[in-house]
Design a protein around this ligand. Structure first.
Ligand SMILES: [Zn+2]
Length: 292
């Protein structure tokens, strides 16, 4: 099986050439590998290290930054309120505005790290969004995904909830934290959940993970990206809680799979501008549904 890991060299200027590159970044000569030019046509052109770096920012960076920010936050709050017991502390930490600030700082640190990795690539990243056709297709993907979500919810989620007597809005731990945040800081929450979240996830999981895995073959890239993307949205805590929480998560799992499938296809065929547009609009629509 042919892999696209080792750099080759440009036949014209002999500059190091990434096997995924459509053309030489130095002189613009097309990659002599015609197949690579076709299959990686819409990828954000990044080398192996940048792709792994972006993935690491999303997959590990976010949890590390969250842990650090949480530790600092607890230390500061304890320092300012020495008399508080753990119940008072927990109540304060789980409030909507505190959660917002905490998540915002963690996500901004992820964005900053990605900015450093893409130090030389930001221009080409933003210029991709001038390809209006792909942006437009991203909008179509968002609408389709939204319709699939509604149909799935009507045909599967609602009947299952009704059968088991579950109130969907109160039983998902992740969702209730987000709901409190949306109610307390709506504009900030919109910015965080519908813009920063999707932008960093598309960079991490599509420009990073999917592109990297595609060096070993597209089928592998699709399968692993879809599985990993579904599981980062899955709350594994539900297995400890058992019962209702577990059913809620499992019934919602296919929604994450649909999302991963649609966004991966969108990135593969219509670039980072297509998948990012789809992801932002889908999250924005879900946000407004949540708000009303
Ligand atoms: Zn060249």
């Amino acid at each position: 099986m042919k892999t696209y890991l080792r750099p080759t060299s440009c036949p014209h200027c002999h500059h190091k050439l990434d096997p995924q590159a459509v053309r030489c970044p130095e002189c613009g000569t097309p990659n002599p590998d015609t197949r690579a030019r076709v299959i990686f046509k819409d990828f954000l052109p990044l080398n192996v290290y940048k792709q792994i770096g972006l993935l690491a920012c999303s997959l590990i960076g976010l949890s590390i930054f969250s842990e650090i920010v949480a530790l600092i936050l607890v230390a500061v709050v304890k320092g300012q309120n020495p008399g508080w017991d753990s119940d008072q502390l927990n109540a304060y930490l789980s409030s909507g505005s505190v959660n917002f600030v905490y998540m915002l700082i963690a996500y901004l640190l992820v964005l900053l790290s990605m900015g450093l990795i893409l130090f030389k690539d930001w221009r080409s990243y933003f210029e991709r969004f001038k390809r209006y056709k792909n942006v437009l297709i991203g909008i179509v993907f968002a609408i389709s995904l939204f319709i699939v979500g509604i149909v799935y919810s009507l045909l599967v989620i609602s009947p299952v909830y009704a059968f088991l007597g579950i109130d969907g809005s109160t039983n998902n731990a992740n969702q209730s934290v987000l709901n409190t945040m949306i109610e307390t800081v709506p504009v900030g929450a919109f910015f965080l959940l519908s813009i920063i979240g999707p932008v960093t996830e598309e960079l991490g999981y599509r420009a990073g993970l999917f592109s990297f895995l595609a060096r070993f073959g597209k089928p592998l890239a699709y399968i692993l990206t879809i599985i990993i993307f579904a599981f980062i949205h899955f709350d594994f805590g539900c297995f400890n809680e058992g019962g209702t929480a577990m059913i809620v998560e499992l019934v919602n799992l296919p929604s994450y799979l649909f999302g991963g499938i649609a966004l991966s296809i969108c990135y593969d065929k219509f670039g980072i501008e297509g998948s990012t547009t789809a992801h932002i609009l889908y999250n924005a629509a879900s946000f407004f549904i949540q708000l009303i």
